[in-house]
Design a protein around this ligand. Structure first.
Ligand code: C5P
Length: 218
């Protein structure tokens, strides 16, 4: 698929920022697939459905009343953009994302994003399951320590204290859950380019992806 770039990687790696910037540079659409799992977790919580009830959560995922309106994410008409970014909903997303029926329920919805032109999609299984024919696959990562430091900076939390330790522990827990699950685990594919951003800013990462794109998809 010449019109799809798949960017996968662990939580807080910066792949969302890089993917959105690459999409803007190319004039392509951007899919934040993690938002769909986060929305499913939030919707389940609102509906009183436990995150482990596979059939019930899958039903909610199929019927997800979501509208992406520019920067805004509306669930049942309410802007939930900030709510779905909480660590609690992130953990819930990781739980519902481990359920095969839920992943199946969200599959077509994700593929539909590529029907009307170019798409940059980020997540955990963009290259392995959702868009295996993408012309460019990138595995974007950074060490857990660096990712925790970036998240702490975003939240205005000093490095090294108890709050920082909690952020690092959350990131490590989510890495473990996403990597060790049996359905669509997070992994670097043999045909994906590795982009480690430990010592790299956003600008440089975006330029690297665009450079690979020009070589792989032209
Ligand atoms: O990327 P983000 O942190 O928003 O994703 C939230 C959770 O959703 C991840 O921890 C992961 O478990 C799940 N996810 C997934 N597959 C994707 C995107 C996200 O399993 N393609």
């Amino acid at each position: 698929m010449r019109n799809v770039i798949a960017i996968d990687g662990p939580s807080a790696s910066g792949k969302g920022t890089v993917a959105a910037r690459v999409a803007r540079e190319l004039g392509w659409a951007y899919l934040d697939s993690g938002a769909l799992y986060r929305l499913t977790a939030l919707y389940a919580r609102e509906q009183g459905v436990t995150w482990t009830d596979e059939a019930a959560v899958a039903k909610l995922a199929t019927d997800l009343p979501v509208v992406f309106d520019g920067e805004r994410v509306l669930l049942n008409g309410c802007d939930v953009g900030a709510t779905i970014r909480s660590e609690a909903i992130g953990m819930g997303a990781s739980k519902v994302a481990a359920l095969p029926q839920v992943r199946e329920a969200l599959l077509q919805r994700q593929r539909a994003f590529a029907e009307n032109g170019g798409l940059v999609a980020d997540g955990r299984d963009m290259g392995s399951v959702v868009f295996p024919q993408a012309c460019l696959k990138v595995f974007l990562t950074a060490s857990a320590q660096v990712r925790a430091a970036r998240r702490a900076k975003q939240l205005g939390i000093a490095c090294g204290g108890a709050e920082f330790d909690r952020i690092l522990a959350d990131i490590q827990a989510r890495d473990a859950a996403d990597t060790n699950r049996s359905t669509a685990p997070l992994r670097q594919l043999p045909d994906a380019y590795l982009l480690n951003t430990d010592h790299m800013g956003i600008e440089e990462a975006v330029n690297q992806v665009l450079d690979w794109f020009n070589r792989a998809c032209a």
